[in-house]
Ligand binder design. Sequence first.
Ligand SMILES: Cc1cc2nc3c(=O)[nH]c(=O)nc-3n(C[C@H](O)[C@H](O)[C@H](O)COP(=O)(O)OP(=O)(O)OC[C@H]3O[C@@H](n4cnc5c(N)ncnc54)[C@H](O)[C@@H]3O)c2cc1C
Length: 380
Amino acid sequence: MEFEFTAEQIQLRKQVREFAEAEIAPHVRRWDEHSEFPTEVVKKLGELGYLGVIFPEELGGAGLGYIEYAIVLEELARVDGSVGLIVAAHTSLCSNHIYIAGNDDQRRRYLPVLAGGRKLGCWSLTEPEAGSDAAGTRTSAVRKDNSWVLNGAKTFCTNGGQADVCVAMAVTDRSRASHGISAFVIEKGTAGFRPGRKEDKLGCRASDTSEVLFNDCAIPAGNLVGNEGEGFVDSLRVLDGGRISIASWSNGMAMGAYDAALKYSKHRKQFGKPISEFQAIQWKLADMSTEIDAARLLTYRAAWMADKKMRYTLESAKAKLFASEVAVRVANEGVQIHGGYGFTKDYPAEKYYRDVKLCTIGEGTSEIQRLVIARHLLRE
Ligand SMILES: Cc1cc2nc3c(=O)[nH]c(=O)nc-3n(C[C@H](O)[C@H](O)[C@H](O)COP(=O)(O)OP(=O)(O)OC[C@H]3O[C@@H](n4cnc5c(N)ncnc54)[C@H](O)[C@@H]3O)c2cc1C
């Protein structure tokens, strides 16, 4: 077994960290307060090659793997959960769906512009009545001559109000349940396609979460992604990779919350000494650090398996479940270590506390991860 990063991976982490601290950190509080989407930073991330880490160079990607993708997400989320979330939805949901299920023409058309950050992507599976039970999709797509006509409303779409390219799931054959759902790619500006209400959220407020609405939206027949009826099954494959990204994103926020708490504990004095000298605080820090290590090991194992083209559904579900719950616990203890100041906006602890809650909900709740894991265990 190898537990070391390569020299190139260490260098990549250093570069992303420097970028995040110089270009993201100074703006985080303002973006959060005003729910301001970080358009310029997203463009720069594209120019630096961080929006296409897992895609081949001939399609405009960086030609790297999930380990490098995990490094990039950790370092971005360590500084701002919103930026990490924008990158995760763009890369491992929208772009990756086109990459794994699209045809050559679609890959060539969309991946270079998405990987280069010239266009932003979103991916829309969830509907008001179809959350955990995503196979309950109601949005429909009806074939008319050389077009598909989409009707319906999607909800909770990350980047939904900002994206240029949307991959959305719609029912093409209601009699075939989950095998009657297909995926489509829709471009901004298409008649009958528009973002709806933007959510006013607890955390990750600089990311955009919006409805995506289709009203007699006609798209060319060639915009079907993958085979007709296989959009839901392809979505499950997309979500396998998505869980590595949500686990890495959780780890990044946990690392940020821990770093902030460690720093604070060394400076804050009570009873004549830094609070880091109290055993109660030391034990918290020890537990936080140990759990983060364990979560990262699970995540890098899943990433390694993805890079080796092994089956990793079980491992990515375990990584996502554990990492997301660790992030919530770590951010909670981070606030506790800051005492009353952790409850104010003078320190980053409260923002981590708000941002991390999404980790146990998005891309399959903790309950759904346990269901996926248990199904595998019982099948074995
Ligand atoms: C900020 C944000 C961004 C998002 N981005 C995207 C995106 O980009 N694209 C997209 O398609 N979706 C996105 N989502 C949707 C997200 O994936 C769903 O919110 C999530 O899957 C849960 O669905 P739900 O909210 O409808 O909850 P529900 O499914 O209604 O669940 C409610 C509760 O019931 C539990 N539950 C449900 N079914 C079971 C069961 N069988 N057994 C045990 N417990 C169960 C759940 O775990 C949860 O605790 C986003 C959501 C948020 C909040």
